[in-house]
Design a protein around this ligand. Structure first.
Ligand SMILES: Cc1cc2nc3c(=O)[nH]c(=O)nc-3n(C[C@H](O)[C@H](O)[C@H](O)COP(=O)(O)OP(=O)(O)OC[C@H]3O[C@@H](n4cnc5c(N)ncnc54)[C@H](O)[C@@H]3O)c2cc1C
Length: 327
């Protein structure tokens, strides 16, 4: 077990973490990016990206490699296979970031860029056809389904809103929900239900995602009230049954929204002084690569200001709260 001292520790090497590392590296801060797996985050689960400005068509893992090379060129130190178990603010204002193997990374600032995890249906075929029919992101993958028939699974705002959004591309959208009432707000429900391209199927679960030649072709569904099983022919399935931000490592009380996303001010600082957050882990309108790297840029510059103030014994700089953020 070893102790390492830095000026800033960045937890997670997805787009946000690598971008934050680039900026802190360029600012000559002693910084480290700690990643539990390989650098790339959700990019490694994404086949193709077509909406990152400057790249009309880039493979997820290619963009991840470019981010890593660029960040490292500017001085980011990325440590892989280093899962962080806990982040705790000490009485002296320093943070202890403890790895699963017991190593401690100590720093006056931490940027949490640990992202989040879409909740899976956990049915056969879901992993096999990931990126080949199975998606958790309508903005990202909707355009690949022009003229297709697809399924959307879920009963909340995300499912209803994204089903409606996906009809821009898809010829037909089945909205499949396991209950007979939806959790989505009334207005969002009404808009989805009034859309002639959407067929709502209630009391029904997806049992299996099936395909041929590596691509999804249909789903096996089952009505929970009657027990009747059937097949829906569809080339895509968009799953919106929840998204969990990876915030369990933070041991201090920190403000978050109802879904657990971290609330920050405009400088990306959380309610814990010196603890910053960027990317998918943060409460915000949308979650994209562009927003993750934008947040990270702001967070890295916020960290610099925080450290300068701390060094000079000045009050910690505070930015106004983000509009729309709620506890
Ligand atoms: C299937 C899919 C397709 C997508 N397609 C697009 C697209 O086309 N365009 C687009 O703009 N966006 C797309 N997105 C969204 C985009 O990938 C995310 O918004 C972006 O990756 C968020 O970056 P992030 O760095 O905040 O988080 P992430 O990418 O989730 O990275 C978080 C990193 O933190 C690490 N981590 C987590 N916990 C710990 C811990 N305790 N210790 C150490 N490391 C930890 C993780 O291993 C991961 O590497 C897609 C998302 C998915 C799921």
């Amino acid at each position: 077990m070893a102790t390492h001292e830095y000026e800033v520790v960045i937890v997670g090497a997805g787009p946000a973490g690598m971008c934050a590392g680039l900026y802190t590296g360029r600012s000559m801060l002693r910084s480290v990016v700690l990643e539990r797996g390989f650098p790339g985050g959700e990019l490694l689960n994404t086949e193709v990206i077509e909406d990152y400005i400057g790249f009309e068509h880039v493979l997820g893992h290619e963009l991840a490699s470019k981010f890593q090379a660029h960040a490292e060129k500017f001085g980011a130190e990325i440590r892989t296979s280093t899962p962080i178990d806990s982040v705790t603010r000490r009485a002296d204002g320093l943070f202890d970031c403890v790895t699963e193997s017991g190593d401690v990374y100590v720093a006056p600032t931490v940027i949490v860029t640990a992202g989040g995890t879409p909740v899976k249906l956990d049915v056969p075929g879901e992993i096999e056809y990931a990126g080949k029919g199975v998606s958790y992101c309508a903005i990202c993958d909707g355009a690949f389904y022009k003229g297709h028939t697809i399924l959307v699974v879920g009963g909340g705002d995300a499912a209803c809103e994204e089903a409606d959004f996906l009809t821009r591309y898809a010829e037909k959208v089945y909205l499949v929900h396991r209950r007979d009432t939806f959790r989505a707000s009334k207005l969002v429900q009404q808009r989805a239900f009034a859309n002639p391209k959407i067929e709502v199927i209630t009391d029904t679960v997806v049992d299996e995602i099936c395909g041929a030649d590596g691509l999804m072709t249909h789903a096996r569904i089952r009505n929970l009230k009657t027990g009747t099983a059937s097949e829906l022919v569809a080339t895509g399935i968009f799953i919106f049954v929840g998204f969990k931000p990876n915030t369990g490592i933070i041991r201090d009380h920190v403000e978050h929204d109802a879904a657990g996303y971290l609330i920050t001010d405009a400088m990306m600082q959380t309610s814990v002084p010196g603890l910053f957050a960027a990317g998918d882990v943060r409460a915000q309108l949308t979650r994209q690569v562009t927003t993750a790297v934008g947040d990270a840029t702001t967070a890295a510059i916020g960290v610099e200001k925080y450290l300068t103030a701390r060094k000079n014994g000045q009050p910690v700089p505070a930015a106004p709260p983000m509009l729309g953020a709620s506890a």
